[in-house]
Design a binder for this molecule. Sequence first.
Ligand code: NPW
Ligand code: ADP
Ligand code: K
Length: 516
Amino acid sequence: MRVVTASEMYAIDRYTIQQIGMSEESLMENAGQAVATVLLERIQPAQRVAVLAGTGNNGGDGFVVARVLKSYGYTTDLWLIPPKEKVKGAAKKALEIYENSGYEVKNYIGNEKEFIEQLRHYDVIIDALLGIGINGALRSPYKEIIEKVNEAKELVVYAIDVPSGIPADGGAVETAIQADVTITIQYPKLSAYTFPTADYYGELIVVDIGIPPLSLEKNAEFRRLWSEAAVARTLPVRKRSSHKGTYGKGLVIGGSRNMTGAVIMTAKAALRSGAGLLTMAVPDDVYPVVATHIPEVMYHPCSSLNGCFAGEIDLITLDVDAIAAGPGMGRTMGAKSVVQKVLCQDVPVVLDADALYFWNDYVSIIRERTEATILTPHPGEMARMLGVSIDDVERDRFGIAKQFAMSNGVYLVLKGPYTIVTTPDGKQYVNTSGNPALAKGGSGDVLTGIILAFIMQHDNIQEAICNAVFVHGKAADALVEKEHSPMDVLATDVIEAIPQTLFSLYKKGASYQKQR
Ligand SMILES: NC(=O)C1=CN([C@@H]2O[C@H](COP(=O)(O)OP(=O)(O)OC[C@H]3O[C@@H](n4cnc5c(N)ncnc54)[C@H](OP(=O)(O)O)[C@@H]3O)[C@@H](O)[C@H]2O)[C@@H](O)CC1
Ligand SMILES: Nc1ncnc2c1ncn2[C@@H]1O[C@H](COP(=O)(O)OP(=O)(O)O)[C@@H](O)[C@H]1O
Ligand SMILES: [K+]
């Protein structure tokens, strides 16, 4: 499933109409019919429905929906918010068809009191007020209407395309429909995967209105959801003849006197995720503590200074296939020196947490690297690396991530709900798993371990990273689906949930793998 911006959606619509030859009216009819099909399955015949329609084509979708619901015998009122003469183009045509079918329109203007009075008597609201064409702050009377709908908590609200009032590409929200369900036309919009806008969507359902894929290919950048099916299809299969070396010799670098746990979690997660052989490089001060925790790894104690890396690491002797550096390593000159040495190795490198701290000192080395560099910042780290505010990052996660990954030639994993993986050539993948149980110290360390293990087992780095991000979130989902609340989950629980998550993904993937 692809994700689009509002301007891409307009370009897709235009292309479909002008180049492919479908009429705007037929697209609107398809949209309304597709939305109505979902509604007919969900709304009970005894429920009273109000369709609230605005000036634009979103209102046009609403006219079609109202007509279909009425034709199926649903008690449905169509409230037209603007004066009728403001409705133009395909929407005007849809309104004419509605009226020619013998159905009545309720005009909001002049009947504002009746509208407020009636609102208590409805069970379901269909929000066809504003779609992706919203411009600037909400104007009257939309603002007041939306506030009234949101106040009526007992109403079930279905939004068409986007909840009215939110910017389609994401950003700040002042007033917007708080939908229970949003039925999006053809492709989800960026705002469904950025915050705070995503909070207004409720359940997201995408309906197909028959736009040919060619129109998408011609008019939209590559941005897609990475779903469970994609993971199941691309998980690598172990060969019977394989041995531990087949699955990579990984190196995890991290730890300091104040933070011994992070690197342990990274290493455990890497082992649970299939790393063939794993070595941990830690400051020798903390080595005795770390070494008692994982019997399965080898150790490479490094010289330490005040409990942190002093700066030396013998990477030649270690001879590894991939490296993850950062968890708990501290923000010292010694740590910086270790990371610089790591970046000079011709193997894929994952940099996380403290290994991102001296970003400006690594940029030039990273741009010269030929092997993959994978950076996994959370929004705070991303903001710091770019010298902008966290709000700036959150407002334009997709744009910022793409610009950063392409200009530095890195794989960027911009974490958070709906983590975005961006490849060096600018392709973007939105993760669909995970929940707020992961909002706890240590979650990121676990992810780093999974990424390290997956990139060693998979030829395709993008698929490996996307799968790792998905498995991480899915493990947390599995925990809160049974036995855990979102509050009590620990990062170590997430590690222990990796086996059941992989087990179920492999079961789902078995049919794909047989086909290979
Ligand atoms: N072929 C297609 O294109 C298809 C499109 N489709 C559907 O069309 C939707 C996009 O339609 P759109 O472009 O007409 O915009 P839309 O969101 O309905 O509203 C625009 C109107 O809103 C108003 N308005 C704007 N800002 C405002 C504000 N801040 N506060 C208050 N009012 C504001 C402004 O009205 P005005 O100010 O001029 O009175 C403007 O005219 C899309 O989401 C999908 O549902 C589907 O049917 C598939 C085929
Ligand atoms: N509300 C949330 N929903 C989904 N995933 C989340 C949420 N909060 C955090 N995460 C995930 O948890 C991880 C947190 O990483 P990070 O902030 O680096 O943690 P730490 O540094 O404490 O290990 C990321 O993978 C992030 O995507
Ligand atoms: K809407």
